[in-house]
Design a protein around this ligand. Sequence first.
Ligand SMILES: [Zn+2]
Length: 293
Amino acid sequence: MYDIIDAHVHTYPTSAIGLQATGGMNMSGCTGTVQELLALMSVGGIDKAAMMNMTPVADMREAALAAGKGPPDDIARQMIERMKRRNDWTCQTAREQPSLVPFISLDPSMGPEDAVAEVHRCRQQGAVGIKLHPSSQRFNPDDPNLWPVYAEAESLEMPVLSHGGFFPADPEASEFSRPRAFARILEAFPKLRFVLAHMGQGYIDESLAMAGRFANLHFDSSTVITGTVYPPSISDEEAVALVRRFGAERILFASDWPWFHPLRDLERIETLALSDSERRLILGENARRVMGI
Ligand SMILES: [Zn+2]
């Protein structure tokens, strides 16, 4: 027996909000509520799930501007307030359900002082890590406004998980999340606990090259090995070979629920021809170590 941790899920306060956020793309058949997630975790014996809750600040800001909802500065401020309320909700949810691990959202448009203040504010509420989505939020991850956040995360041993690689909703914005976009950060902060989601999907070779350069770079398995539609696009043999090219100690099991289905994902990892120790690392030990949970 070993711990099972799903390193990347999303949760929403209501079914309606979850359905809107996933835009009907939720292949799991779930809408993203905490109750649905807890029920799946109990069936699958999943001990913990890390909530990568984020707020699409750029999209909301542009929609509000286009609708003429007020002066740009006011709108920008309002969107950051909404992001902070969502961070509050995520931390609150995790306090009520200790099997859920809260990651908070930040945006460089906050400015460096406010971003660091938000890290501290949320940490007091129990936040474990930081989730970034450079493609959805349309920012460069090495934006100078985020530099103090990485420094703080490194010294607090707070993990950072970012969307990695291709972004289907806005392919041009994939550039912001491709593996090499994080190189300067990983170089400057060699102890930062960093997870690139989706193994940098669409740029796997770049991810592998980066993994060779940076010992603190980890990956989550979703959309490549797990967190996929079934049957997955790579065979079991290819999946095992890929795990071994990265090293099993670098890969965190993740479903990206409610987009995909953690129980089917668990089944996939169970059926791959991995050694017991590789499976243990992927399913839980890596997340425990990297996320400090
Ligand atoms: Zn996700």
